[in-house]
Ligand binder design. Structure first.
Ligand SMILES: Nc1ncnc2c1ncn2[C@@H]1O[C@H](COP(=O)(O)OP(=O)(O)OP(=O)(O)O)[C@@H](O)[C@H]1O
Ligand SMILES: [Mg+2]
Length: 343
């Protein structure tokens, strides 16, 4: 079987302090150029793209490649701020300014002063929040809730959105004036289906990363598995790909990741059965069923061999034989420093 593998150091991408963006397609190389270019400026940046395309990663790269890289970097998830705490979250508050304000608290603009502030998922910021944000961007000063003296702030703002702001503006859910203030420089992350040539190296990168994390000796993918990953449309983009690779690495104790280790959705999207459920070869279908039953019973018995044997109606010697035959290891043993196998 052909094997697709590569060394981590051969994987191309953009390195920044604390991170790595994998990619060598023309579209991602263009993004890398734009990051390098805009990072050195003070411009506000809008990063758009579908969910899981790497917007937060890019925002990090912009900060850590900027002249502010040694200064604070704060992230606020705009989708998670409640309307009532918005003022306090953005600008801070003084002790006693409202019920529950037990002590003075700094807001994110002040915390990020001299550095950068990432406003994540800006499309979910309420209209009230948008009005407050617009005022800060115009005046470059903030006053904490309950206070009167404004503080000058010097913050570079980076925003991300997975909602197409043009549509939100039409629906009057997003302010057009704020949009133009944020869109001084904008970057659009391509969905993974548009940069399919990057799928193998992204998969490879995460396979190595998770193999290290879970102390596995997996060295690559079969050619068929890589072809299958490359053909899928990836509605959840890179995040979905990382999850699938992590699952395959965690679940299997094999040398290479093959088609049966990939989840059913990759096949059903193309109207195909999972390869493990394809074909009429009695021997291979029975072998698979045998493995599935053993793993299922062990899971049900919380990996207590005696209880699993009772479920299966076999003795421990038998079970040990099957564990060896199917390369099945206890997940707890597997995750703890590649300890002894249970078989
Ligand atoms: N090109 C890439 N190289 C390496 N890792 C990537 C790449 N793109 C995305 N990732 C990883 O995929 C995951 C999702 O990325 P990120 O959180 O930046 O996406 P997002 O666009 O902000 O998603 P959401 O809209 O759902 O918040 C993260 O673990 C990130 O590190
Ligand atoms: Mg994000």
């Amino acid at each position: 079987m052909a094997k697709h593998s590569g060394k981590l150091e051969n994987i191309k991408g953009l390195t920044f302090n604390g991170g790595f963006i994998v990619g060598q397609s023309e579209k991602l190389r263009r993004i890398f150029q734009l990051i390098e270019m805009v990072a050195k400026t003070e411009a506000t940046v809008l990063v758009e793209g579908e969910t899981g395309t790497g917007k937060e990663l890019v925002a990090n790269a912009i900060h850590y490649k900027s002249l502010r890289s040694k200064n604070p970097f704060y992230r606020v998830n705009c989708a998670a701020i409640s309307e009532t705490l918005l003022g306090s979250e953005f600008f801070g508050h003084l002790k006693g300014s409202f019920t529950g304000a037990w002590e003075d608290k700094k807001g994110v603009f002040e915390l990020a002063n001299t550095g950068s502030l990432l406003l994540d998922e800006i499309g979910n910021l309420s209209l009230l929040g948008q009005a407050k944000l617009l005022r800060v961007l115009q005046e470059r000063e903030v006053a904490p809730v309950g206070g009167t003296k404004p503080i000058k702030i010097d913050v570079r703002v980076i925003v991300t959105t997975n909602i197409f702001l043009g549509d939100a503006i039409k629906k009057r859910e997003f302010r057009e004036d704020l949009f133009y203030r944020l869109k001084v420089f904008s970057l659009t992350m391509p969905p993974l289906r548009e940069i399919k040539e990057d799928v193998p190296i992204i998969a490879e990168y995460f396979m190595k990363k998770y193999a290290q994390k879970y102390k596995k000796n997996i060295s690559g993918f079969s050619k068929e598995a890589i072809d299958c990953l490359s053909q899928y449309d990836w509605p959840g983009n890179v995040r979905e790909l990382t999850n699938i690779v992590e699952r395959a690495v965690v679940m299997e104790d094999l040398d290479i990741i093959q088609l049966p280790h990939l989840p059913a959705e990759l096949f059903s999207a193309k109207g195909r059965d999972h390869p493990a459920e394809e074909g009429f070869n009695l021997k291979s279908r029975l072998k698979l069923l045998e493995r599935q039953l053993i793993v299922k019973s062990l899971n049900k018995a919380h990996w207590k061999k005696k209880a699993a044997c009772e479920l299966l109606g076999i003795d421990q010697r038998n079970l040990n034989y099957f564990l060896k035959k199917h390369h099945i290891t206890d997940p707890i043993t597997r995750l703890s420093k590649r300890g002894p196998k249970i078989a």
